[in-house]
Design a binder for this molecule. Structure first.
Ligand code: ADP
Ligand code: MG
Length: 628
């Protein structure tokens, strides 16, 4: 709750809305105690007095009634009816939605077809029909407005409910023997309440307008009782001659609706913080780059050479340095492992290569990424688009979320082929079939027509590998492709990648957090910590003799096959927060051998042996001692 309030407080417009709305609500709550003149007493001698001209502050209307008093009483009524209608619509709609979504099948059909029937009429016509059937009156207007808004809530909530009833926590609740009612109340309802609140906060204003609309037409509040809509309706005849009688209730409606909407937007943003970090804003087609051109060229015939790459996330007033000057290089046919704890910046590094980090909030602020002799950081979008999935392709961790759930494997492979090659559908299909065989999928012919959910995890990841291979890439970037798989399947997938690499001369950037995987597949390995490479070199050398304390601690976390192994190590402490990275060595707070110098001086990556680099000063001294 506090977190919600503090998030809400950051949104200035929402605070303005909250302030204005609270004021209006307070005013309408206090109306009976304000000693106002009776809103319904007519005095035709004082018709159409202008505001501030007599003892009625806001003037009088066509019957000489005190407008200020009528305005406050009317606001009170309009607010009450609008909120009540919103609550009724939300409760009924949510109940229908949850029941339909939870029970599915016939229940779903009957409830939702009922809702569809409500939706089959034009909205305002339905409200008019309901009021016509029930007879005019404020209560009936309230019912009409509530009823026409039920479908909106029912449909929204049903969608959300369907999305969660098959989730594991609901299954777990069923397994624990809970009754359906209890599951709905304790598991489903709390998950959908934010959606209900969001839907309500964005529709209350709308419902106040609708009630006012019905009253304006004479179907809502009946004379002599005023609500804002009926005040507008009665003032219509004098709109030109005495505009203040319309403007006053009109302004009040405007103020109420605008403040509710501002507050509603604020509540929505605060309940769903993803919206602020850019989930709603359309990401740019490539990551924003503010790095200046570097003139260094690719010297040693590397396929990919990353130099000083810096990527950060700019969220509101904070900057998260996810990648802080990374150097990596991959030769033709080589497999480079990139290893580090979760959150160390591996994925962001990999995505930066092809400008795939979402902007906003991601920005590449420095460095270069040479693919052969071409700097991808400075490349225009068109060039990147031609390379993506063509000469450089990606494999991600979770194949289920990478594959589109509504298309068959075959359709997706064929599409991937046809994006980059002008080839007939039959040709593409034959190629897709061939690829599935290459990645050792049994019954490849049948599998082409299967949907992703019909395959096992390992099978799906093979499909993703096939997808990455469709256009004969030179470089594959595999981001933890085996993390979601069990150990035997993981080993098969690694073997497959290894075979493919040797057959096709592929280069692979293989991201993982597991040294076991690195030893099975990678020629060289780079260890990443808090956005920096801390050690880099041939896999064998590093496995045999890790120099950086972080590397050795990471290696101690890998279970070894031998029996009677002592308990697994963990690394004490947590990686630093990326918006407050300590000066000096980022690992120092967790390092046993950290000295004072480690925490203050800038530490560089130094060469130790051939092609091996390490970023640690404790070692620098050790080396000096050795050489002296
Ligand atoms: P990993 O090494 O586990 O792949 P990532 O590269 O995904 O780690 O993330 C590196 C850091 O960047 C993480 O600490 C993460 O919190 C941060 N990060 C990633 N995406 C965003 C984002 N959209 N906004 C803010 N920070 C982000
Ligand atoms: Mg990652």
């Amino acid at each position: 709750m506090m977190a919600f309030l503090s998030l809400l407080a950051r949104n200035r417009l929402a605070i303005v809305g909250l302030f204005v709305l609270s004021f209006v609500i307070l005013l309408s709550l206090l109306t009976p105690f304000l000693n106002l003149s009776d809103p319904d007493i007519t005095n035709t001698a004082e018709r159409f007095n202008m505001p501030f001209s007599s003892n009625a502050i806001l003037g009088t209307d066509h019957l000489g009634r005190d407008l200020f008093s009528r305005l406050l009483w009317g606001t009170r009524l309009s607010l009450a009816v609008g909120f009540l209608a919103a609550v009724i619509a939300a409760v009924c709609g949510a109940a229908i939605g949850i029941l339909a979504g939870y029970y599915g099948g016939n229940t779903d059909n009957i409830l939702m077809r009922g809702v569809d029937m409500l939706m089959a009429f034009p909205y305002i016509l339905l409200a008019l029909a309901i009021v016509a059937a029930l007879g005019p009156g404020l209560m009936n207007a309230l019912i009409a407005v509530a009823v026409v808004n039920i479908p909106f809530f029912a449909r929204n909530i049903r969608g959300v409910t369907v999305g969660i009833v098959h989730r594991e926590f609901v299954d777990a609740a069923k397994l624990s023997g809970m009754s359906n009612v209890r599951i709905i109340l304790t598991e489903v309802l709390p998950t959908v309440i934010p959606v209900i609140v969001i839907a309500m906060s964005t529709t209350v204003g709308w419902m106040i307008l609708e009630t006012a609309g019905l009253s304006f037409l004479g179907l809502g509040s009946q004379p002599h009782r005023a609500d804002l809509g009926s005040m507008l309706g009665e003032a219509r005849a004098a709109l030109i001659t005495n505009p203040h009688t319309s403007i006053i209730p009109g302004l009040m409606i405007l103020v109420i609706v605008v403040s509710i909407n501002l507050l509603g937007d604020g509540i929505r943003d605060a309940l769903d913080p993803r919206l602020k970090s850019g989930a709603l804003s359309r990401p740019m087609s490539k990551t924003k780059v503010v790095a200046s051109k570097t003139n260094q060229i690719n010297k040693e015939n590397y396929l990919l050479q990353i130099r000083g790459l810096k990527t950060e996330f700019q969220v509101k007033d904070r900057t998260y340095d996810a990648v802080r000057g990374v150097d990596l290089s991959i030769k033709q046919g080589e497999c480079l492992g990139l290893i580090g704890e979760s959150g160390s910046g591996k994925s962001v590094t990999a995505l930066s290569i092809m400008g795939l980090v979402a902007s906003p909030p991601g920005v590449i602020t420095g460095g270069s990424v040479y693919f052969k002799d071409y700097d991808l950081v400075q490349a225009p979008y068109d060039v990147l688009r031609k390379l993506r999935g063509n000469r450089i392709s990606y494999i991600f961790q979770d194949p289920l979320s990478t594959l589109h759930p509504l298309y068959t494997i075959g359709q997706q492979l064929i599409e991937a082929i046809q994006v980059h090659q002008s080839i007939s559908r039959e040709g593409a299909r034959a190629r897709a079939l061939n690829l599935l065989q290459n990645v050792q999928i049994p019954n490849a012919e049948e599998r082409l027509n299967a949907y992703p959910h019909e395959l096992s995890g390992g099978m799906r990841q093979r499909v993703c590998i096939a997808m990455a291979l469709v256009n004969d890439p030179e470089l594959i970037i595999a981001d933890e492709p085996t993390t979601a798989l069990d150990v035997t399947v993981q080993s098969q997938i690694l073997n497959l990648l290894d075979d493919l690499r040797r057959e096709r001369g592929l280069s692979i950037l293989f991201i993982t957090h597991d040294f076991g995987v690195v030893s099975q597949l990678c020629d060289r390995v780079a260890v990443m910590y808090a956005g920096e490479i801390v050690e880099e070199g041939a896999t064998e050398t590093i496995l045999k003799n890790p120099l950086h304390p972080y590397t050795s601690r990471l290696m101690a976390c890998v279970p070894k096959g031998s029996a009677g192994q002592k308990s697994l190590e963990t690394i004490p402490g947590l990686p630093p927060s990326l918006d407050k990275i300590p000066s000096g060595c980022a690992f120092a707070p967790r390092c046993k051998s950290a000295s004072k110098a480690c925490r203050s001086t800038e530490i560089n990556l130094i060469a130790t042996a051939k092609d091996t680099h390490v970023r640690c000063i404790a070692l620098e001294h050790a080396n000096l001692e050795m050489t002296s």
